[in-house]
Design a protein around this ligand. Structure first.
Ligand SMILES: *[C@@H]1O[C@H](CO)[C@@H](O)[C@H](O)[C@H]1NC(C)=O
Ligand SMILES: *[C@@H]1O[C@H](CO)[C@@H](O)[C@H](O)[C@H]1NC(C)=O
Ligand SMILES: *[C@@H]1O[C@H](CO)[C@@H](O)[C@H](O)[C@H]1NC(C)=O
Ligand SMILES: *[C@@H]1O[C@H](CO)[C@@H](O)[C@H](O)[C@H]1NC(C)=O
Length: 264
């Protein structure tokens, strides 16, 4: 009995909530001047949602929900990223789960986070997902970036989606949240992480592997680390820096391949 108590105290002690990384920890880059978002803002079930559809025919029974970072829909990088998913063939929906209150690029993420907990963020997210399902979407992928990594993890834990990917996740609890995935989910999960991330560090990534890796998680798990880049690398890259450009594209390609392999 005492041993069990001791073990659970130890387990609590080593559980780490991945911190939000403030603006100075993000790579900010001007969006290329020629990049114009191709999608539209539509209100779905009361929630502003950026919708980007493939050109030409696509399968309306599948969709990607893109869970943005803290900079939300006002950041063109997030809209261009949604367009990239659409260009890969998926109807793509980025709900404004920040409730019209995205973090300004010079904002204080600690102060901002007070009004962006799960209680505020989950309802708009689930409102859009439920509307998609009631309009015939049967297979749903979620791809989350930074802040969106927590919500991808929740959707995986809750078996709300078909497959989930994330890049440089924040706010989740390592290893507890992945132990919960292993205990209750049947949804495959993929993670792109950055060598220089001060939030989801390489050490936390390795700890995640000890829970889900080596075939322990039968629905499917893959993690890829990108060297020489930091937090935010899958959303924005300095176009003059080939390492950043390649890492951003590599993260997209890795998530896309994983989603294609598991969206059936
Ligand atoms: C969609 O809404 C966001 C947030 O209000 C805005 O910044 C963006 O420019 C809009 N995009 C389009 C294509 O209307
Ligand atoms: C952000 O605000 C918190 C208090 O809400 C403060 O402790 C912290 O120093 C601020 N960070 C920056 C970078 O200003
Ligand atoms: C997932 O389920 C938990 C437990 O019921 C709930 O608290 C949470 O809001 C759900 N989150 C999402 C994103 O569905
Ligand atoms: C982008 O990368 C180039 C080449 O490394 C560098 O000179 C420039 O300062 C970087 N720009 C930003 C905004 O970091």
């Amino acid at each position: 009995m005492q041993l069990v108590v001791l073990l659970s105290v130890l387990a609590t002690a080593r559980a780490i909530v991945v911190p939000q990384v403030d603006s100075s920890g993000h790579f900010h880059s001007p969006v290329p001047a020629d990049a114009v978002p191709q999608g539209k803002n539509i209100t779905i079930n009361g929630v502003l949602t950026y919708v980007s559809l493939p050109k030409g025919n696509f399968d309306p029974t599948t969709a990607v929900v893109l869970l943005t970072d803290v900079f939300g829909l006002p950041s063109p990088d997030n809209l261009i990223l949604a367009d990239q998913w659409a260009a890969a063939g998926f109807a793509t929906y980025a709900p404004d789960y920040l409730n019209g209150d995205a973090l300004p690029t010079d904002g204080n993420v600690t102060t901002w986070a007070v009004n962006h907990g799960e209680a505020q963020t989950t309802p708009p997210l689930l409102a859009v997902i439920s509307a998609l399902k009631s309009h015939g979407v049967k297979k749903l992928a979620a791809t989350g970036y930074c802040f969106g990594g927590l919500y991808t993890t929740r959707l995986v834990q809750n078996n709300t989606i078909t497959v989930g990917t994330m890049a440089h996740p924040s706010s989740l609890n390592v290893p507890t949240d992945f132990e919960l995935v292993k205990a209750q989910s049947h949804v495959a999960i993929e993670i792109n992480n950055a060598e220089l991330d001060t939030g989801f560090t390489p050490a936390l990534a390795l700890e995640t592997d000890t829970v889900l890796g080596d075939g322990q998680y039968l629905p499917g798990y893959f993690r890829r680390q990108f060297d020489g880049v930091g937090h935010g690398f899958a959303v924005r890259a300095n176009v003059s820096d080939p390492v950043q450009v390649a890492a951003k594209q590599g993260a997209f390609d890795t998530s896309l391949a994983f989603i294609k392999a598991h969206l059936n």
